[in-house]
Ligand binder design. Structure first.
Ligand code: SFD
Ligand code: AMP
Length: 672
């Protein structure tokens, strides 16, 4: 079926200026993980004057998942035991997790949170009267820092409250300061490249297993960058908009996880041949409807309940629980983790007992009653007013669209409930999801099996390529703080790797011209063919990025367990979907871009195609329903621990487009 492949000869579009940049440690992404890598890497680079370079497709101050800020840090171990954190993550992710990676992260994460506070992040503290002081009140009251034993305000066992509107800007500032220190020490002209979108990793001419360079395009000027590096930390976040979202038409573009995280992390690693694991996993968060507002603070801090529209607690419905225990075993169901909470909510929705209601009104009334009883009418009411403001700030600091929607619909959460529902699926590995790469763990944790460690902590199966944050697989519930800590772990280990391989001289297999021809081909195709029709947006010779994305989302939604099938799929649906996705992949060779923004959009969508294909092939491979509430295999709608309590894996061969599926044995290091 495939037609003659279009190649770019720059006959129709202007060849970009090509910039070559040599470094030692390259950081791809400017999010939480890579900001951790920049800060930590600089410390360890000093002794040998190694060069560090960070690249972000956006501006690091406001890029990635924390761009809008956050109102809680969801992983702070504090007074808890680290092995209990391992158990929490294992339970929430249905028994399958790399306990060595989770424990390692748990023992390092608090140090990152202490740094955030030192750098100016307002962290809520317990007042002397036992009531909460928000970050600013705590600072004014001179409350002790966490590092020195201060008491945070916990919403849940692992979560602490913050005033985090400027969270990312604070963390990025520290990263940029470290990079500047490294730039001056190593005498390079520039080592922070913002608004550069990395499209592809290129293998080395002399060592085919290794990556020699990351190549990207400026989204502001006609300039291509070739970053040659001795070691790379890849942390480009998860994949959003692979599935038709609930927000379509006027709402298109609204989502919970950031639409600008387009699966580049997965695609770049896959094209380099790194092994993926648990890529069948995904996250389907319950969110305030249409505004995509998170629910954690409401459930945990405001102690809010969600019910069906008859006021019944669907998580306590015995009929639902009985059925779920039969299919998915009591040991998982009774933990009531994120997937099972979703599953029970979906039961109520399918029975027509929706909409599902977050009873914010009842929660605020209960708090009101409690405050007035304890503090008296005047002081009680004053504190409630402050807390109501915090209820709004929860979204203003993190998910502005939700606050906008409440205002637009005249909703007062203290006076009425709001609808919640499960969103479209997201591919990620740092939140209540664990899809990502199979990475080496630390070597010092007793009981770690040999196949969990191959030399350098967080190194993927591609030597010199390290992963962190969303794309380091099989170790969910890292969140913002854990991703930062993991970036630090990966950078330190990558520097050790670079020092142990001093003779490596990165020599990309392809020439700069060949790279440019590949990256800018959508420009050439568009300019060459745009006059064939009266409207350049509709042309048989190319496919524009928005069209390609719409088709991709349709395939994901209708065949790979999207919202339109209530997250149901099966071998037959997956087969049909993969057939259509293969056609779309073929069509992507005819992507057309009219400007730099569209050029980025083209490659973003290509990265989504690869991420979604890997996801679907893993769902096909695991013949059970390990994550009910996230997706269902109608043909294997049960959990089968005997056969499938293990890590699924895959490697992608970019030349042939083939996936090789496999398994890795699971070892529990900590008893139940
Ligand atoms: O309410 C390229 N998260 C929450 N974590 C918490 O700790 N507390 C919360 O309250 C959390 N909540 C929350 C969260 C996320 C979102 C979107 C919302 C609410 C609305 C999760 C964390 O944010 C998340 O775990 C971490 O940020 C993950 O870190 P990391 O580093 O894996 O991903 P990133 O920060 O998104 O950074 C990715 C970077 O890569 C860049 N990038 N650069 C160059 N070329 C390319 N091709 C690139 N592709 C991507 C991006 O620009 C970015 O800088 S709540 O839900 O629980
Ligand atoms: P969310 O707002 O859904 O992203 O969740 C934020 C944090 O709260 C995560 O650590 C979740 O695991 C946790 N969480 C959310 N909802 C609940 C719940 N109903 N019970 C326990 N933990 C929850």
């Amino acid at each position: 079926m495939s037609e003659e492949k279009e190649t770019c000869t720059f006959s129709y579009c202007e060849k970009p200026e090509i910039v070559e940049h040599e470094t030692d440690l390259l950081l791809i992404g400017g999010g939480m993980a890579c900001c951790g890598s920049a800060y930590e890497g600089t410390q360890w680079a000093k002794a040998n004057n190694l060069k560090i370079t960070m690249i972000d497709k956006a501006a690091a101050d406001r890029s990635g998942a924390v761009a809008m800020g956050l109102s809680a840090i969801n992983t702070y171990v504090g007074e808890n035991k680290c092995e209990d954190y391992v158990r929490y993550v294992r339970n929430d992710l249905m028994g399958i997790t790399r306990e060595d990676l989770v424990y390692d992260l748990g023992r390092h994460v608090d140090d990152s949170v202490h740094l955030f506070e030192e750098w100016g992040l307002p962290i809520w503290k317990k007042g002397d009267d036992g009531f909460s002081l928000d970050g600013h009140q705590a600072a004014d009251a001179g409350k002790t820092s966490l590092k020195d034993g201060g008491t945070p305000v916990r919403s849940g066992k692992w979560q602490i409250m913050i005033n985090g509107e400027s969270y990312k800007a604070i963390v990025a500032e520290a990263a940029k300061k470290s990079l500047e220190e490294n730039r001056v020490a190593t005498g390079v002209e520039q080592n922070l490249f913002e608004r550069v979108f990395i499209v592809r990793l290129f293998k080395d001419a002399n060592d085919p297993n290794r990556v020699a360079a990351a190549v990207g395009l400026s989204v502001r000027e006609n300039k291509m960058y070739i970053f040659k590096a001795k070691g790379i930390v890849l942390a480009a976040g998860g994949a959003v908009n692979c599935f038709r979202p609930r927000s379509v038409g006027e709402g298109q573009g609204r989502a919970w996880y950031p639409v600008w995280n387009s699966g580049s992390g997965y695609a770049l690693g896959m094209q380099a041949g790194a092994k993926l694991t648990l890529m069948e996993n995904r996250m389907v968060p319950a969110r305030f409807k249409d505004g995509y507002g998170p629910v954690g603070a409401w459930f945990l801090f405001f102690k809010c309940k969600a019910t069906n529209s008859l006021g019944e607690d669907y998580c306590a419905d015995e009929a639902y629980l009985k059925d779920a225990r039969e299919k998915y075993t009591a040991k998982y169901v009774d933990k009531l983790g994120t997937t099972i909470r979703n599953h029970l909510m979906l039961n109520a929705m399918k029975e027509g007992k929706g909409p599902i209601m977050m009873r914010t009104d009842l929660a605020m009334q209960a708090i009101n009653k409690n405050f007035v009883e304890q503090l008296g009418e005047k002081e009680g009411k004053k504190r409630v007013k402050h807390l109501e403001a915090e209820a709004w700030e929860d979204f203003l600091d993190m998910c502005i669209g939700q606050a906008g929607l409440w205002a637009g619909k005249s909703v007062d959460p203290a006076a009425e409930h709001s609808e919640i529902m499960p969103t479209e699926p997201y591919l990620l590995g740092s939140h209540a999801g664990c899809a990502g790469f199979w990475c080496s763990g630390p070597s010092d944790i007793p009981g770690t099996p040999d196949h969990y460690h191959w030399g350098y902590n967080r190194m993927s199966t591609v030597p010199g390529l390290f992963m962190a944050g969303d794309i380091c697989g099989a170790s969910g519930h890292k969140f913002s703080s854990g991703s930062h800590a993991e970036g630090r772990i990966a950078a330190k280990a990558c520097i050790a790797y670079i020092l142990d391989n001093p003779d490596f001289v990165p020599t990309p297999r392809k020439t700069a011209d060949e790279m440019a021809a590949e990256l800018y081909n959508p420009f050439e195709i568009y300019e060459k063919n745009k006059t064939h029709t009266t409207d350049p947006a509709i042309n048989p010779h190319y496919i524009k990025p928005d069209m390609l994305q719409a088709r991709l989302q349709k395939i994901g939604d209708e065949y790979f367990a999207g919202i339109s099938t209530y997250y149901m799929t099966s071998k037959t649906m997956l087969d049909e979907g993969l057939k259509q996705l293969t056609l779309l992949k073929e069509d992507s060779a005819k992507m057309g871009a009219a400007n730099l923004h569209e050029l980025m959009r083209c490659w973003e969508n290509y990265h989504r195609i690869l991420s979604l294909e890997a996801h679907a092939r893993h769902i096909m491979y695991r013949e059970e329903t390990r994550y009910p509430g996230y997706y269902y295999r109608g043909d294997f709608n049960f959990i089968d621990d005997d056969k499938w309590k293990l890590f699924t894996t895959s490697t992608y061969d970019m030349e042939s487009g083939e996936f090789t599926m496999g398994k890795e044995e699971l070892k529990h290091i900590w008893p139940e």
